[in-house]
Design a protein around this ligand. Structure first.
Ligand code: SAH
Length: 250
């Protein structure tokens, strides 16, 4: 190779690398010590200090890239102590609420879990390593598709996304050991209690203006126990009168 050719090659290679190093540089500016240390700080200051103790939940929150689930303009705030807009007038819950609800599910790793309100997919990503299978339903198709794409990219094979109305649960896959609802209905949807296995738990925000986070335990097919945990603020659960078209996205 002539000296001139070598020079052209080198310049070409330099140009190939320039965009990636530039992108890397931008990312580094957003999280100066890397996203993992931002996640670690989030867990310590927002979650451990507020009393969440489940070590498996804390470990998963430290290892889950929350910034991958928010729109580009929200990335700098991904690990902040607040909910964030994710488009379509919906939000990703505050990290503490995700941690608290996950801890309340009391997962050992063997459970079949149903989530209503996939949203960004972050809660489903947190449930994935803590459960055997995760079934998640989202009523807004664009959100369901986006979440499905990210979860697939992250290799979360035990998460199954459906575009549909979660008010009816997921009858084909019932019963579930645990159900988590991340949008607030006025009252607990009866189908969700029906689709819970005896001994199972449902974690759900309930109410119109004032919502309470509740843990409902199905003691047996005829007996339930209900505990109120804390007041919360979630987006309302929509309950369309007309049946909408539904689709499994996997
Ligand atoms: N768990 C989500 C946050 C959910 S926000 C996350 O980790 O990002 C609540 C979501 O519930 C919204 O995306 C909203 O579109 C969805 N939702 C509202 N009513 C619903 C219903 N009936 N069935 C399924 N999803 C519903």
């Amino acid at each position: 190779m002539s000296l001139e050719n070598l020079f052209i090659h080198l310049v070409f290679i330099l140009f190939l690398f320039l965009p990636t190093t530039q992108a890397q540089h931008n990312k580094d500016k957003i999280f100066p010590s890397g996203w993992k240390s931002a996640a670690q700080e989030m867990v310590q200051t927002q979650i451990v200090e507020r009393g969440v103790k489940d070590t498996r939940v804390l470990a998963v929150l430290t290892q889950t890239a929350r910034h991958k689930f928010v729109p580009p303009e929200m990335v700098p705030y991904a690990y902040n102590d607040r909910p964030l807009p994710i488009g379509e007038d919906q939000t990703i819950s505050q990290p503490y609420i995700v941690a608290l609800m996950t801890e309340l599910l009391g997962l050992s790793g063997t459970e079949k879990v149903l989530e209503i309100g996939t949203g960004s997919g972050y809660q489903a990503a947190v449930l994935s390593p803590l459960s055997a299978e995760v079934y998640t339903i989202e009523i807004v198709k664009t959100l369901a598709l986006r979440a499905q794409t990210i979860l697939k990219e992250l290799g979360m094979k035990n998460v199954h996304v459906r575009w549909g109305d979660g008010y009816k649960g997921w009858p084909d896959e019932a019963p579930f050991d645990r159900i988590i609802v991340t949008a607030a209905p006025d009252e607990v949807p009866p189908a969700l209690i029906d689709q819970l296995r005896a001994g199972g738990k449902l974690v759900i925000p309930v109410g119109k203006y004032w919502q309470e986070l509740k843990v409902i335990t199905k003691i047996s097919t005829s007996e339930i126990d209900e505990q109120s945990i804390i007041p919360v603020r979630f987006v309302p659960m929509v309950h369309p009168r007309k049946t909408i078209v539904e689709e499994d996205l996997n």
